[in-house]
Design a protein around this ligand. Structure first.
Ligand SMILES: Cc1cc2nc3c(=O)[nH]c(=O)nc-3n(C[C@H](O)[C@H](O)[C@H](O)COP(=O)(O)O)c2cc1C
Length: 434
């Protein structure tokens, strides 16, 4: 458990973060932000004022195309479509902030190791060591279709990703201390004897080169991962500094912590820090907060929610009776999330309709609904009970839900001594306490 709660803002560079049709709220500025860097910079500054560890972009390239075997509902309701590239936002956000970590998702199916090392390494160097990478293997069919790739079987994607990481580590470690001379008088930039030529030939990758980028003050980008299946957890404990998990309730969170500890023990490594996904809905009173939640649910088109659920779980839910309980099915998409929601622990089973609503609101993340004091209570209690590091918070209406959290909940957590009042360091790794 960390000595204070760690917070990361969980965003997507699209018309919504995780709440279907949030863009349609009269207060929401996301459609404007898609074409206006200033709005993103202001948001990053608000998060820095709220002393978040970082801003974190999920990314689901390609389109949700499982529901009715079509992209139409995702496009019609703007369910993460358009899916603008988050990587290109990061340098603008780095320029507008000093401490905030800047993390993004890049898929090992869509990119080559060298490309990710180069793009994120350049950003990491430029930002003074504030970049994070969420390693995903590409669970969405749409991503593979867009790239003309055959989607590999679930566990094999992780085998391939293990080798992907091996190449990244080799590149990250290939410039030795003292290699960079930058000697203007002698006209020597670097000592080639200290810059290793990589010669990797494996089952999935070939890479012959020298590292294209210099190391930042944090070495290389902080590694995030969110695989929840057995094979996903094995990958996570091998590579991740921070693991994100979505669990429907407290019992699920506790079970996840036990499972991840066991996976770490089996691999002989330290258990990574764990952040749980969470959505906060605030109100001046409990009733007002509940009304705010009801408004989000009433606006949500069920087809939009099902488009997202079908995409993540890799199953066309148009073919099911929505009022039957969600039963675990074989999937090549997110086996971890399928398992967590089909075998819910500590609560009654959920119907497909109920799971779809949870997906349409927050992709299954639990919601803490109430006054700032009530929300702070729940955040503290869950943090203490699960031993998690902190939370990945997905906002609803942008930017007001973020501003309200920073202005109303953060000071309460600070007053209780369970949240930072200043940043500990200048890099993301330092501020994560890793
Ligand atoms: C909290 C969380 C965030 C995720 N973010 C992304 C993402 O941004 N892009 C993506 O392609 N997959 C994302 N995933 C999917 C996972 O990285 C993983 O590929 C998927 O869950 C399948 O692996 P699993 O069966 O081991 O869970 C996310 C999963 C979770 C639980």
């Amino acid at each position: 458990m960390a000595n204070h709660i760690h917070l990361v803002s969980f965003l997507i560079h699209s018309p919504i973060n995780h709440t279907v049709l949030s863009w349609a709220d009269p207060e929401d500025n996301r459609l404007e932000a898609l074409g206006n860097l200033k709005r993103w910079q202001e948001l990053a500054q608000t998060l820095e004022r709220g002393m978040f560890d970082g801003i974190f972009f999920a990314d689901t390239p390609g389109v949700f195309d499982r529901y009715r075997d079509s992209h139409e509902d995702a496009v019609k309701y703007g369910v993460c479509w358009p899916s603008h590239d988050p990587v290109v936002l990061l340098s603008a956000l780095a320029a507008a902030t000093k401490h905030l970590g800047l993390a993004t998702t890049m898929s090992t199916s869509a990119y080559k190791p060298w490309t990710i090392v180069r793009q994120l390494g350049t950003l990491d160097y430029l930002s003074g060591g504030r970049i994070g990478w969420n390693i995903v293997t590409g669970h969405l069919r749409g991503e593979h279709r867009a790239l003309g790739l055959e989607q590999m079987e679930h566990d094999r994607r992780y085998d391939r990703a293990d080798e992907f990481m091996e190449v990244c580590y080799k590149l990250w470690n290939s410039i030795r201390d003292g290699a960079i001379l930058a000697d203007r008088q002698a006209g020597i930039y670097a000592d080639p004897a200290k810059v290793e030529m990589l010669d990797h030939h494996g089952d999935f990758f070939d890479c012959e080169t020298v590292s294209p980028v210099l190391s930042s003050p944090q070495g290389h980008p902080v590694l995030f991962q969110a695989g929840t299946s057995g094979r996903g957890q094995k990958f996570a404990v091998r590579h991740a500094d921070v693991v994100f998990s979505i669990q429907p309730n407290l019992a699920g969170m506790k079970r996840f912590m036990v499972d991840l500890d066991a996976a770490a023990k089996a691999e002989g490594v330290r258990t990574p820090a764990v952040n749980f996904g969470l959505q906060v809905i605030l109100g001046g009173t409990e009733e007002e907060a509940q009304r705010n939640l009801d408004t989000l649910i009433e606006r949500m088109p069920m087809d939009g929610a099902l488009a997202r659920l079908s995409g993540t779980l890799g199953t066309d839910f148009s073919k099911f009776d929505l009022d039957q309980p969600l039963a675990e099915m074989q999937t090549e998409a997110s086996q971890g999330l399928m398992k967590a929601f089909a075998n819910i622990v500590g609560d009654r089973p959920l119907t497909i309709r109920e799971v779809a609503i949870k997906w349409g609101l927050a992709v299954g993340k639990p919601q803490f609904v109430g006054t700032p004091e009530q929300v702070a209570d729940k955040m503290e209690a869950t943090w203490r009970e699960t031993g998690c590091y902190g939370y990945n918070l997905t906002p609803t209406i942008m930017p007001t839900s973020v501003e309200n959290f920073v202005d109303e909940v953060v000071p309460i957590l600070q007053k209780r001594g369970i949240y930072r009042t200043e940043y500990e360091g200048t890099t993301l790794r330092a501020n994560l306490g890793l």
